[in-house]
Design a protein around this ligand. Sequence first.
Ligand code: HEM
Length: 370
Amino acid sequence: MTLLNDLTGAPPGTTTRALLLRLSTIGAVLAGSVGAFAYAGGWLSPATLTPAHVIDRFEQVNGPHPGFRRNHAKGLCVAGRFVANGAGARLSKANVFAANRVTPVEGRVALAGGQPYAADALATVRSLALRFRLPGGEEWRTGMNNIPVFPVRTPEAFYEQLLAAKPDPATGKPDPERLKSFFANHPKSAKAAALIKARTITSGFADSTFWGLNAFRFVAADGSATPVRWAFVPEMQATPETAARSAMTDKNYLFDDLIAQLRHGPRRWQLIATLGQPSDATDDATLPWPAGRETVDTGTLTLTNAVPEEAGNCRDINFDPLVLPDGIAPSDDPLLSARSAAYSRSFTRRAGEAKSASAVSEMTTQGAGL
Ligand code: HEM
């Protein structure tokens, strides 16, 4: 009986029946947790999509690039701070939003796609990933893109789209028939693709808006929760990108520009939270929320320096969107857990592989005077 008491944490004097009930509850919880891990690992459902399938498909489409991220492979590490203005504190109890709180930030700017040495180009999706270090070991990690909506709603559609958009070796472009059939089967993606195509592409990283795209929930000190989507909006006046600029011979012109800009002074973005209404979908990143939703400017991100990827810096961070501080919670968006699982798989594979220098290397940053 004492052993049972110890195992279950039950107070002395608890009856055997009550103890057995307690044990079976613990067993059920354990079985549930193990089952959840097994599900996330894809061990229970060989026919369904697993994180390994997703990462295999990246490798199939892009070829092997050991040591690099399987997506957003070309990147540069950045660092700075976030200073909260206090306006976010009524929505979220996360320490990062407390008035005048200064939170150190490490991050990475990158180009979407699995080619680590691709030339910078006009239409390639740009990204900003950030890790906020909060007191007490808490962290907030987020990855954002310079597009207003995401092209797919589900992990399965993402998986299909990867193959549909694979460049044909003969033309260097995706097979139009395959793309057409993907969009015919995914009308939401067709609508999102039109919105993405219609966006204004700006001249560089520093004048790009980066959207978080997935919905989350801000949780206030009184327990109330608000659906949100966030974006980092540049202080710098946005200048449209020109085709002539993207035809420049410097293959790293976007990264080199940012390095040169940071050398002359910091670059800033406001962290704007858009508040969702109950009618707004939180599980569909292909859909924009209606215009005119309340927005809250919560503070300023200041990036002060850039360094090439190397051991121990942003190269070795997994910007898992589910690493959240108390006060920010996931929504029901199915992409969130899929991202978390796929990033982990990509991280595990690249962490165990030999490394080559990033395209945005020491040479580039020294050339730009850093
Ligand atoms: C099911 C959907 C998605 C999958 C499977 C996926 C997959 C991946 C993978 C494998 C990586 C490389 C991770 C690493 O090795 O560290 C990555 C990076 C990234 N993804 Fe996604 N992604 C998805 C959706 C999204 C969405 C919705 C966004 C934008 C909100 C996004 C933004 C990013 C960013 C910014 C990075 C680069 C992070 C960095 O610089 O390390 N992804 N993605």
